[in-house]
Write a protein that binds this ligand. Structure first.
Ligand code: MN
Length: 219
């Protein structure tokens, strides 16, 4: 029995549809620039090079149907709806969910302009809302599924998963060249075009055909 000087952090987990078990989250990887029309709206060139990755702490996870305080240090909090892949091992997929890669776009813009890291634009409290996870064995074929985000009921982002520049298998393969993926890792696979701001009092709903939805409201 080992004693700790402070209380160890709790295990962060997500519900699994149709199960009483929970999916314990290990690391969170996010893919940047994975839909050409989103790369263009951000002023970039979507020519395929290599995927870019960044991370969020697992403590940024927020479950669906929660209310989130509007975060500090931003006046331009953006939604980015994304397919989330939950890993069962280095290359094995456990299941899929729908996530929001919330972004303090104003902080990101300043950091990019100054050639500085943009962690604080991405990895802040409550910045990774996520739906329940659906086991891959129970999920329908989502390779061309519709992905959509609404803000207070109005459609802001809509696309299909077959527009991803890098497929899920390619993302997993690239990540494993850089780090070693393991059971519990989540991958946010990038957002389509239509990103925009959410303000206090608004409710975001993210859906991918056949998967559980993610819904969060801002205080
Ligand atoms: Mn993103």
């Amino acid at each position: 029995m080992r004693n700790y000087s402070i209380q160890p952090s709790p295990i962060i987990s997500l519900p699994i549809t149709g199960s009483n078990d929970r999916f314990p989250v290990r690391r969170i990887y996010c893919v940047g620039r994975n839909y050409a029309d989103h790369v263009r709206e951000m002023g970039g060139d979507p020519n395929r090079s290599t995927p870019i990755f960044f991370t969020k702490s697992r403590e940024t996870i927020v479950g669906s149907r929660e209310t989130i305080p509007y975060p500090p240090l931003t006046e331009n909090l953006h939604f980015e709806i994304e397919l989330v892949v939950a890993m069962a091992g280095k290359t094995e997929i456990f299941g899929y969910g729908v996530g929001l890669d919330m972004t303090r776009r104003d902080i990101q813009a300043v950091a990019k302009k100054g050639g500085k890291p943009w962690d604080m634009a991405k990895n802040f409290d409550d910045s990774a809302p996520c739906s329940a996870i659906m086991k891959a064995s129970e999920a329908p074929d989502i390779s061309a599924a519709e992905i959509m985000l609404t803000n207070n009921g109005s459609v802001k982002q809509i696309s299909t998963l077959n527009k991803m520049i890098w497929s899920v298998d390619e993302i997993i393969s690239h990540l494993n060249e850089t780090v070693t993926l393991a059971a519990g890792d989540l991958i946010y696979t990038g957002t389509p075009e239509g990103v925009g701001a959410v303000i206090a009092g608004e409710t975001l709903v993210g859906t991918i055909e056949g998967l559980p939805e993610v819904k969060v409201s801002y205080d």
